[in-house]
Design a protein around this ligand. Structure first.
Ligand code: AHG
Ligand code: MN
Ligand code: MN
Length: 340
């Protein structure tokens, strides 16, 4: 069957026309991010033969060992997005402080945040990894961009998405009017539309959590998973399935495509830390996508997109996916806190 190829550029232009409120500069910014992802995809697929696998021996600001590909992906994103004139600054998991646009380039009105390579522990074992990004508007009247300008609640995002580098290179995007999925067509080497108006099923019988942390979980999380594990004989009366890729991009992609629950909750290993995942460039963009696809995203009893950030690299507890299940998880958290 003949298949009409709608390129990312065409889709973005048509969005601009039909919604009228997607500025041209945002469209060009997204195209630039997509171009960077395309380059990262190529680097990832050649990593074994080009010697780009393995660690660098350095640590990032969060004290995590940096892989060569973490740094390469970060550099590609910085370089690709510096000169376009759409951005005022960038922030990255791999950078301690913000990256202001150098004075030799025009300054734009947007802020870009990214996790250049998500799922780093999967690089060497050739399992899906990805890039996550989020776009905010620079508040009006700002002369000098500072980290505090990035500290906006996730509901203010104007765009968010991710790109997975797996069996296919897939770009998933929201501009606040639903979620669209594109695939990298290797023949004409551009992103083409595969799906629009993604909708997460309300109900699901599949969860994703790192079970090895079970003994450290808070009671509401324990309660939910215990009930899932009890299956047909338990209070839920049905069997549940479990998946854990350990790349948030891949696990969330599965949830967006076929439903389910993805969780990285607070746990008692590091009690002062809200969770493992980062709010600004992991939790917020994924929460925005999931809500745009009709799902829910909570940090315990609170909506992720309503969290007021206090630091660039701040962590968050994450529970997202099919709304019936996330609603139930939210209720378990409220009951444990005694709030209604
Ligand atoms: P990153 O590679 O950007 O540091 O993120 C890894 C994250 C996330 O992708 C994944 O869901 C989680 O860490 C896996 O953590 P565990 O190894 O604790 O399962
Ligand atoms: Mn990550
Ligand atoms: Mn990362």
């Amino acid at each position: 069957m003949a298949h009409e190829h709608i390129t990312l550029s065409r889709w973005l232009i048509e969005q601009e026309r039909s919604h009228g409120h997607i500025p041209g500069s945002l469209r060009l910014l997204i195209e630039q991010v997509a171009r960077a992802c395309k380059r990262i995809s190529r680097t990832v697929s050649r990593a074994a033969s080009s010697g780009a696998l393995g660690s660098l021996g350095s640590e990032n600001v969060q004290g995590e060992v940096q892989k060569q590909l973490d740094v390469i992906a970060n550099d590609v994103l910085l370089e690709a997005n510096e000169w376009g004139g759409h951005l005022a600054a960038m922030a990255s998991e791999e950078l301690e402080t913000i990256h202001a646009i150098p004075h030799r380039f025009p300054r734009g009105e947007y802020l870009l945040m990214f996790d250049p390579l998500d799922g780093s522990s999967n690089i060497e074992v050739n399992i899906t990894i990805g890039t996550i990004f989020s776009v905010l508007r620079l508040p009006d009247g700002v002369a000098t961009v500072r980290a505090e300008h990035f500290l906006q609640p996730g509901r203010q995002q104007v765009a968010a998405g991710y790109c997975t580098y797996g069996p296919q290179t897939t770009l998933v995007l929201t501009l606040g009017h639903g979620v669209a999925v594109f695939t990298l067509d290797l023949d004409d080497s551009g992103f083409v539309l595969v799906k629009e108006h993604l909708a997460i099923p309300r109900a699901s019988r599949e969860f994703a959590i790192n079970m090895s942390n079970m003994r450290h979980w808070a009671p509401p999380v324990r309660r939910y998973i215990d009930e899932c594990l009890a299956g047909r004989d338990g209070p839920r009366g049905v069997d549940f399935n479990m998946r854990w890729v350990a790349s948030m991009v891949a696990d969330v992609h599965r949830v967006l495509e076929r439903g389910g629950v993805f969780m990285y909750p607070w746990d008692a290993r590091e009690p002062d830390r809200a969770g493992k995942l980062r709010l600004l460039y992991e939790a917020n963009p994924m929460a925005f996508l999931v809500e745009q696809a009709g799902g829910m995203a909570l940090a315990g009893h609170q909506r992720i997109l309503d969290i007021e950030p206090t630091g660039l690299h701040q962590r968050a507890a994450v529970m997202l996916g099919s709304s019936d299940e996330i609603e139930r998880l939210g209720r378990y958290h409220r009951e444990a806190l005694g709030i209604e």
